[in-house]
Design a protein around this ligand. Sequence first.
Ligand code: DC
Length: 210
Amino acid sequence: MRVIAIDGPAGSGKSTVAKALAARLNLDYLDTGAMYRAVAFAAIQKQIRPSEIEEITEIAKSLDLELTEESCVVNGVDATTEIRGPEVTSLVSQVATMPEVRIEMVKRQRAWAETRNGGVMEGRDIGSVVFPDAMLKIYLTASEEVRAARRAAEVKEGDVAIVAADIERRDAVDTQRAASPLVEAEDAIVVDTSAMTLQQVVDHVIGLIP
Ligand code: DC
């Protein structure tokens, strides 16, 4: 199976790089962060509080999710825009700390790759947990300033300081949680994209494929 794992913190360029890589290599692409966002979206729709872990776990298990590169439909509702919105973004890292939710998402992620015999998968724990035998593991990173500026441009939120604070908060939750925290897999290749263009990153990563 040809799995390329792209992990790293928020704003490191994972999505842009992973999508471009998938297109260049003619592989399918999976945004695993969108899966956790979909669970958060469904919880908000059902007006479930973040403390209701059992209910959120049930939501994850029964989630009807249609995720493509362009769209995200959750339990029959188009959530493409909402999963990137502030409400979902503020809840998602908490949802991603829930071990039972992670077990369900990881199961789905493995099934996704198995039916395609691989693909480019982006997330936080792809190389460390989901596919420890991935063909290539990349840990993308960038300076805090660059990551905040990129996210601010992406969400068209003018205030870089607010975005920077949110990224810092999410990084802290993602790296400090007990269940599959964001870590560099031992055999991951770290790529600092701070001073690189997308083209340079993609060319570099393609050059690393064994
Ligand atoms: O990449 P993103 O910002 O869309 O991720 C949303 C959240 O989900 C973020 O808090 C980290 C978490 N996540 C995770 O825990 N494991 C993954 N494989 C992908 C994302």
